[in-house]
Design a protein around this ligand. Structure first.
Ligand SMILES: [Cu+2]
Length: 157
């Protein structure tokens, strides 16, 4: 019975020691965040939103090799002024840096600006309308055209 209890307490003691050593090593590492603990990744995506705090940007980013799948998420800019030229819809490239406790982005560059806010003109439709408008003054060549013009005359007269 006694050896059994001794083994248990020895295991317990070993576990306590290793836990203590691990936490001591961790706190030592985090108290000295040196360059080596920062990992950086090249990333690109589309700006979705600029937060009111002036330094957070929500980006729908592409997959980041060896780090993250594609997703929409907020990033904190290291230099808030880097966000000033950005608008939702802009396509951007940036560097993502991470440590065990924090992350930030910098070196933000705009690849392509957001599309203008006004809806894109539909050239095909307007082209057809123009052509139809051009044809109307000339002599109607089909039944459908004459019906349309007589309806138009009826409606306006
Ligand atoms: Cu992500």
């Amino acid at each position: 019975m006694l050896p059994h209890r001794m083994i248990i307490s020895a295991v317990l003691f070993g576990w306590l020691i290793s836990t203590y050593v691990n936490s001591a090593a961790e706190s030592l590492a985090s108290s000295r965040p040196d360059e080596a603990s920062v990992r950086s990744f090249a990333a690109r995506g589309v700006v979705k939103e600029l937060k009111g705090d002036g330094r957070t940007v929500v980006v729908s980013h592409e997959a980041i090799t060896n780090y993250m799948d594609a997703m929409t998420m907020p990033f904190k800019a290291k230099e808030p002024q880097e966000l000033m030229a950005l608008r939702p819809g802009d396509q951007v490239m940036f560097r993502l840096s991470v440590t065990d406790t924090e992350s930030w982005i910098d070196e933000i560059s705009k690849i392509a600006a957001a599309a203008p806010p006004s809806p894109m003109p539909v050239p095909r439709k307007s082209g057809l309308e123009e052509r139809a408008g051009e044809r109307r003054p000339s002599k109607p060549t089909t039944i459908r055209c004459s019906i349309t013009s007589s309806l138009t005359n009826w409606a306006s007269g």
